[in-house]
Design a protein around this ligand. Sequence first.
Ligand code: PTJ
Length: 253
Amino acid sequence: RGVVPENHPRRDSILVREKLVEAMENHVVVPQGLIAHGRGECFDYIIGEKTERFAETAIENASALLITAKNPVISVNGNMASLVPAEVVRLSEIIPAKIEVNLFYRDRERELAIKKVLEDHGAKKVLGVDDTSEVIPELFSERRKVSREGIFTADVVLLGMEDGDRTEALVKMGKKVIAIDLNPLSRTSLTANVTIVDNVTRALPLLIKKVEEMKKMKEDEVQKLISNYNNKAVLREAMKFMSERLAQLSLVL
Ligand code: PTJ
């Protein structure tokens, strides 16, 4: 692929784009996934491409929910599989949590391609490919198909770059939804129980670290974190941070 100069100021971002384009050629990511990524990049630019306090608070709570869940599931779509496959597998091992492929644009070729990426990164079991016998009520697309062992019976679902309808439907089913979404205004961000407003490439490594630390804490301390958490306050902080950062930048033009 085209050579990106070592000293290009946006080198990392360009390399991520190239990774996604390659994943599209391998049927892992859909073209719409590239558009979704561009929207994410824009919000990342505004927050300064760094994990901020509002994201750290959400990551801490996400970790508490995941380690105390009875049946936690990590939902994987094309963008997740291409950006953070190793981190998804590692996180699933340490929680431990199940991994399920769940796609907005589902077809056999993509299901198998995503399963393979996860297996190539060490996943022993990937749900959501040959076991989608259940449906999420109120959804009418291919996204409604889920595994009984996985999302259908999950109490906590972690997802990234997700469509708003499905997040709403999962919350209506009584599941605790943890969403990673750079856009604090999206329906997913607004309806999830825990919203991590951060890039999935930064958030997942931090979540892994947090889970490792928190597993050493006492159960009642972990429970206390969960009961003190307020997602609306986190979203408000994220929106305020973005607007204040833009206002500040406008002063130094
Ligand atoms: O692989 P499929 O078939 O399941 O399809 C996946 C896409 C991404 C096409 C589908 O879920 C979709 O259309 O998503 P949306 O509705 O565009 O939402 C994606 C959200 O993720 C947007 O709010 C983006 O701002 C955000 N986003 C994009 N890239 C990142 C991100 N959030 C965190 N980290 C990113 N790298």
